[in-house]
Ligand binder design. Structure first.
Ligand SMILES: C[S@@+](CC[C@H](N)C(=O)[O-])C[C@H]1O[C@@H](n2cnc3c(N)ncnc32)[C@H](O)[C@@H]1O
Length: 355
């Protein structure tokens, strides 16, 4: 059973950062960002530290509020958040044609919520690549609890320099993870390198849409909040993202902003003006009231010494994340679900096509 209560939130807060260093780590993390005087160039040269500090600090908040899968989903009326998240994971497995015996790579796998669900759904074997040690430790506990250790595993590594030989995997996917890459082409080229010729990859990418106007201060402020609240170097546009896939050598099969198909807005769980869902712990915890309760609880735990000093500031980061995402979603200037399905071209000399 996963540990998702307040004590897990407090004990996991800071990840592998020493408890006495949580406060200084949040401060260092914040200084990378435009809203605290930082700039994208410095975030790009320190991308691994930006992402690792961020995920050490926030992973237990994510698990507490969102569950084991750290991503959004397009939503249909009558569907719970949990159901939509699973369906969204099944969609990527179906698009990739995953079946028993295939060797699949999950790029930037979090604590492995999608990886476990996709392995169960498709019977494929899934390797999760992640640069964050704390998430891997937590994810491994959950793999063992789910009885999936024969089908799923984690590898610690940077998706800009993957620790795999060329032509290793039958398919690859990334869910809201490669947005942390300082250079999209470099990251996609690594995915391309480790895929076998002729094989598919798919991802959901965080992007600014064509409605984003870099000359509009409101748009720029929302983008900066999203970057600060979510550990990002910079956010590419959908056009830049698609071009990067092509520049990395892939053949694009389809590309679409899935947010356009969302009957219920993807950002609804974070929207303070949306009615709270009281039918699940996560629905309540993400609502305006639930977030106020969590913030007050973290404040009390920090005062009592149950949560490390700096915890309230981390909780504030989560608030900034929510506010920026809702603004970006409402204005239609941002999407967390630009979906691309592509494939590595077959090797015509050897005739290597597929499994
Ligand atoms: C928003 S989370 C998404 C996790 C997972 N895909 C899911 O949906 O649950 C982004 C993930 O990307 C990972 N990540 C960020 N930078 C990375 C890097 N350079 N190499 C590998 N993983 C990275 C983070 O550690 C985190 O697990």
């Amino acid at each position: 059973m996963s540990r998702t209560g307040a004590l897990h939130l407090a004990s996991g807060l800071g990840g592998l950062i020493g408890k006495e260093q949580v406060k200084s780590s949040v401060e260092q993390y914040e200084k990378y960002h435009d809203l605290h005087g930082g700039e994208a160039k410095s975030r790009a040269s320190n991308y691994a530290d930006v992402a690792n500090k961020y995920y050490d600090l926030v992973t237990s908040f994510y698990e507490y509020g969102w569950g084991e899968s750290f991503h959004f989903a397009n939503r249909w009326e009558g569907e719970t958040l949990r159901e939509s998240i699973k369906r969204y994971e099944h969609f990527i497995a179906l698009q990739l044609g995953l079946t028993d015996g295939m060797k699949v790579l999950d790029v930037g796998c979090g604590i492995g919520g999608p990886l476990r669900e996709i392995a169960r759904f498709s019977s494929a074997s899934v390797t999760g690549l992640n640069n964050n040690e704390y998430q891997i430790t937590r994810g491994q506990e959950l793999i063992d609890l789910a009885g999936l250790s024969k089908r799923c595993n984690f590898v610690k590594g940077d998706f800009m320099h993957m620790p795999f030989p060329d032509d290793t995997f039958d398919a690859a996917y990334a869910i809201e993870a490669t947005c942390h890459a300082p250079d999209a082409v470099g990251c996609y080229m690594e995915i391309h390198r480790v895929l076998r010729p002729g094989q598919p990859m798919a991802f959901y990418e965080w992007c600014m849409t064509e409605r984003f106007d870099p000359g509009n201060p409101r748009h720029v402020a929302a983008k900066a909040e999203i970057e600060l609240g979510n550990g990002l170097v910079d956010i590419r546009t959908t056009a830049q993202c698609l071009q990067a896939v092509k520049d990395a050598g892939f053949e694009v099969i389809s590309a679409k902003d899935v947010a356009e198909d969302s009957a219920v807005p993807w950002y609804q769980p974070l929207d303070p003006d949306a009615g709270a869902s009281w039918t699940s712990a996560n629905g309540f915890r993400l609502s305006r009231v639930g977030r106020l309760v969590t913030h007050a609880m973290v404040k009390a735990m920090e005062r009592l010494g149950v949560a490390p000093e700096g915890s309230v500031r981390v909780s504030g980061l989560m608030e900034t994340a929510g506010e920026g995402l809702v603004k970006g979603g409402r204005e239609g200037i941002f999407t967390p679900m630009f979906f691309v399905l592509a494939r590595k071209k077959p090797n015509l000399l050897t005739g290597t096509e597929n499994v």
